[in-house]
Design a protein around this ligand. Structure first.
Ligand code: BGC
Length: 754
């Protein structure tokens, strides 16, 4: 299809029509010009395609549910995400779906967001890497993705109307950064805008977001669609760069577009821009005919099992109680052992063709008894079930409790009210502890929970919502076929009140102040010296690893150089296992306000016993940078940086240092209200003003009280504006005219330097 030719042939009405869907899942066809419709479907961790004969758009075909994003991110494995993407792409190709709606890479600001299970991380670098790999995998199969929800969709409360009130640096450095790398590196065919408003403006009509940042700054060339029902004022959206409204508006918004063009409120060129993107998308989808494409459900189920094994995080393992001793008496307790919770509610809900439970696979390994213990449809202790479970635990060497959050505790559409587990499950754990000390807890939840039981459990295995292969994966991990290798992609605070968003979540009426700024997740806990329950990046193994021979290619680099960091990791245990090497950068005495450290690289290595492998990282300027609003750009401040190699954010195994020099200076201007302290801090300014400062007598007594007052005067001078030097001193040479002249010269010198 020749897009430019068709654009000339379309009537204004037809163009307006193409700017929205024909129904829930299709773009419009224009038969007269042979423009076919294409189909989109959810996403993100499985295919939720509407059945051909269904009346309800949410009635989906049978498919495979893979682990959800919160679990996937714990794999810290780009290749795995790409493999998952390829499988999803294969399913879409065979089922005639052109675009799968996902991945979602919104930042986890609060553990309470009902949709956290669909998002990757609290850290923008990790989230961006996971999303980029997912997109790469899907699109390598000739199927598009929709990177969502762009942007600031970090809660479900009032999700279609709240305004995220965020400062520019936080917006760019935390929330947009999660989208920036996948957009630039993996070029998603489509991006889905979010429901909410950002600083008062709906994302669906936010020109700053959709055109200035996405297209102009990041060079995005694909299509932008709305989230389902996110459109407020459609003509304003067209003007702002929202190409496609989804789903259909039943023609109502198409009429508004035509009227806006006819009245002169909207230029037809802007409508053309949207239509061009729709036609280009249709063209792209049509390029891949996928003729004869098929997919194998069973094979993809096996992949779901494999992925689940890579995602599980071993949070605690006292006395090496795991892996379980196959010869011992084991009780599996809790409804999730027979009916696991493995996915979340809402638009990502997959109609799984089968689900594996731990009970089903346990026999393969050992003689395991099962007791249901609790129900999940209400939070009420069932006395008979509790007694049966306590009995089973009494007669077992080890009690493995399959606990977690029931469906009603977290879902798309609403936020959690607290971080607690159901009371009936907590009571069950307590009662079991009374009869058995060997407790292992296997968790099924989309987002962090408080763990009042942590001291009662010898081991905790966090499965998150691990997809339909979860039961088989659990047995394989619990009995030691494979060692857990997941690492937490988010911090588990001790309690909700520790969380940085606590005071401003979910906001008041329609206003949500992102008052914690850049201090999201571990950036906050570390700076505040708060010890969380489990830190970001934490995850144990059945094996052990030693780190050695850290090599940093240079002691000093220029901002444009690439720094290479290498470190050896040796498996010092006696089983094959994987370790995720994490690289953090920590500015030493930065002038700018910076987190103590930030994740800037990770590599997952598989190691046989005694095997050593090298993790290699390449760091560019961006890795050292923060978003500097003075230049509206990322900026690597000159100075010393620590390179930290960790097995988690809290456990650093090796460290080195590099000095980064940057000839690019930030624009700076001094005036009569600049503080003497600022002048002293800035080398060029200090050099010019020092002779003048030296004329000011601050007293120089030698008694202790004189020393104190000298220090006090020094401090006062630091915070005094230059103008006060004139009035507070009686040095005749210090005049307002003289200082103004010096400032003019200094400012000229400084601007010449930039
Ligand atoms: C969700 C999207 C989803 C869409 C289509 C919306 O409510 O926010 O993530 O892709 O529905 O189901």
């Amino acid at each position: 299809m020749n897009v430019e030719k068709i654009l000339k042939e379309l009537t204004l009405e037809e163009k307006a029509a193409l700017c929205s869907g024909s129904d829930f899942w299709h773009t419009k066809a224009i038969e007269r010009l042979d423009i076919p419709p294409i189909m989109v479907s959810d996403g993100p961790h499985g295919l939720r395609k509407m059945k051909d004969d269904a009346e309800n758009p949410n009635e989906a075909i049978k498919a495979v549910c893979f682990p959800t994003a919160s679990a996937l991110a714990c794999s810290f494995d780009r290749e795995l995400l790409e493999t998952l993407g390829k499988a999803l792409g294969e399913e879409c190709a065979a089922e005639g779906v052109s675009v799968i709606l996902g991945p979602g890479c919104n930042i986890k600001r609060s553990p309470l967001c009902g949709r956290n299970f669909e998002y990757f991380s609290e850290d923008p670098y990790l989230a961006s890497q996971m999303a980029a790999a997912h997109i790469k995998g899907v699109q390598s199969m000739g199927v598009g993705t929709s990177l969502k929800h762009f942007a600031m969709n970090n809660q479900e409360t009032r999700r279609m109307s709240y305004s995220a009130e965020v400062d520019e640096r936080t917006f760019r450095e935390i929330y947009l950064a999660a989208f920036e790398a996948p957009v630039k590196q993996s070029k998603p065919w489509t991006v889905m805008c979010s429901y909410n408003r950002i600083n008062g403006v709906h994302s669906s009509q936010n020109k700053y977001l959709l055109t200035d940042i996405l297209r102009n700054d990041w060079g995005y060339e694909g299509l932008v669609m709305s989230d389902w029902g996110a459109v407020d004022d459609r003509p304003v959206g067209v003007d702002a760069g929202l190409d496609l409204e989804m789903p259909t508006s039943n023609g109502k918004n198409d009429v508004l577009i035509v009227e806006a063009v006819n009245s002169g409120a909207l230029s037809e060129e802007k409508v053309d821009n949207c239509v061009r993107k729709v036609l280009e998308l249709v063209n792209k989808a049509e390029e891949y005919t996928h003729e004869g494409a098929v997919w194998d459900k069973e094979k993809h189920h096996q992949l779901a099992v494999k992925i689940a094994k890579e995602c599980a995080v071993l949070l605690k393992n006292d006395d090496s109680i795991l892996p379980l001793d196959k010869g011992s008496k084991i009780a599996f307790i809790g409804e999730f052992a027979s009916k696991p919770r493995y996915q979340g509610g809402g638009s990502s809900h997959i109609n799984s063709f089968k689900v594996s439970s731990a009970v089903e696979f346990a026999d393969k390994y050992a003689d395991v008894t099962y007791a249901q213990g609790f129900v999940t449809d209400k939070d009420e202790t069932n006395k008979a079930l509790l007694a049966e479970a306590v009995d089973a635990a009494k007669n077992a060497d080890t009690a493995v409790i399959f606990a977690g959050l029931p469906d009603s505790f977290e879902s798309e559409g609403y936020d959690r009210k607290h971080m607690k587990m159901p009371k009936c499950q907590l009571e069950l754990i307590k009662k079991i502890k009374e009869v058995n000390d060997n407790i292992v807890i296997v968790l099924h939840n989309g987002s962090p929970i408080e763990m009042p039981f942590i001291d009662d459990a010898k081991a905790v295995l966090e499965m998150y919502l691990c997809g339909q292969g979860v039961g088989e994966a659990e047995c394989s991990l619990l009995f030691g076929d494979v060692s857990p290798s997941g690492k937490l992609a988010e911090t588990f605070p001790v309690c909700l009140e520790q969380n940085p968003a606590y005071l401003n979540f979910p906001g008041h009426e329609d206003t949500v102040r992102y008052a914690e700024g850049i201090y999201v997740g571990y950036r906050y806990y570390e700076k505040k010296k708060l010890t969380p329950l489990f830190p970001f990046g934490h995850g144990l193994s059945y094996s052990s690893f030693a780190y050695s021979d850290l090599e940093i290619s240079e002691n000093e680099i220029d901002a444009d150089d690439i720094l290479t960091v290498k470190v050896n990791v040796t498996n010092t245990g006696d089983i094959t296992a994987k370790e995720t090497v994490q690289l953090y950068i920590a500015p030493v005495e930065p002038y700018a306000d910076r987190p103590l450290k930030e994740l800037k690289g990770f590599e997952k290595l598989e190691l046989r016993p005694n095997e050593t492998k090298k993790a290699v990282f390449k760091l560019d300027k961006k890795a050292f940078s923060y978003y500097e609003t003075k230049i509206a750009d990322w900026y690597a401040e000159e100075g010393k940086y620590k390179i930290l190699i960790g097995t988690s954010s809290a456990e650093i195994k090796a460290e080195g240092e590099v000095y980064l020099s940057n000839p690019r200076k930030l624009p700076i201007r001094f005036d009569l209200n600049s503080l003497c302290g600022e002048i002293k801090q800035y080398p060029e300014a200090a050099a010019m003003f020092e002779p003048l400062f030296s004329q000011i007598d601050v007293g120089n007594g030698d008694s202790q009280s004189d020393a104190i007052s000298e220090e006090m005067i020094d401090n006062m001078i630091k915070d005094m504006p230059l103008r006060t030097l004139v009035t507070f001193t009686d040095v005749p040479q210090i005049t307002r005219a003289k200082i103004t002249a010096m400032l003019d010269e200094l400012n000229k010198q400084l601007s010449d330097n930039i």
